[in-house]
Design a protein around this ligand. Sequence first.
Ligand SMILES: NC(=O)c1ccc[n+]([C@@H]2O[C@H](COP(=O)([O-])OP(=O)(O)OC[C@H]3O[C@@H](n4cnc5c(N)ncnc54)[C@H](OP(=O)(O)O)[C@@H]3O)[C@@H](O)[C@H]2O)c1
Length: 254
Amino acid sequence: MTNVQRGGRVALITGASRGIGAAVARLLASRGMRVVVNYRRSRDEAEDVVASIRSAGGGAMAVQADVRDGSAVLGMVEQARAAMGEVEVLVHNALIPYAIKSFDEISWDELGGKLEQEMRAAFLLTKAVVPGMTTRGYGRIVYLGTVLSRRPRAGMIALGTSKAALGSFARFVAEELGPRGITVNVVAPGPVAETSIHEATLDQEHRQRQAEQTALGRIASPDDVARAVAFYASDDSEFITGTTAPVNGGLAMG
Ligand SMILES: NC(=O)c1ccc[n+]([C@@H]2O[C@H](COP(=O)([O-])OP(=O)(O)OC[C@H]3O[C@@H](n4cnc5c(N)ncnc54)[C@H](OP(=O)(O)O)[C@@H]3O)[C@@H](O)[C@H]2O)c1
């Protein structure tokens, strides 16, 4: 038997070729789950994540799928089921690209397009995994949100608004799926170091300013976020559903 076939719950992590998703995949695997490392284009990076998990004794496989594409999503879940068994944990993390613009500058196509794609991906993935979770009477669904939904920052209206919609969707799904033993929660980070968006949009001075705005005096690492996701993905969070965990070092409280 290979590592992907034996033991442990099966966790599907979207956008796991780098950043937060890669950290989540490594952490869940280190805790005994068998992980599906989804990516869209970055095959080599995804294979590196898989190789590092396997060399540490864990079970992992990389699966290419654009999470906005219904048949690709169904194909990915089927591939995971065939190789590892039913997906019991979904971490939807993939970062759908968006325009960084002010309200004055952004067009409806840019804002509406992000909303549509963000919700479509969450909808398709959730639809694809819920039947298997229902059969098992067990499921953990975790979506990645953002502090920006509650604390706006210039240029981030498309991301903050679409993730707010995702948060509301999560609560509706949590309410409906609770009786089946499926929990649905959101992890909402503040700015996270070592991620593409962070490197691309913030210079050193802005990073320093953001760190100073947190109570803990620094911004998050991908591992900080992964630990919160791992809690929701575990049996320890059994009685918690429909919630949002702020992983922002005290940037926004309450
Ligand atoms: N970074 C932050 O500061 C921050 C703060 C708050 C919330 N978040 C949230 O955390 C999540 C992860 O962000 P990140 O910064 O870690 O992202 P990242 O470093 O940019 O990585 C994005 C990942 O998503 C994948 N991806 C993009 N489009 C995809 C698609 N259509 N289908 C499948 N995979 C796709 C990428 O794979 P390919 O390269 O193969 O396309 C990559 O693995 C996002 O939901 C983001 O909104 C991030």
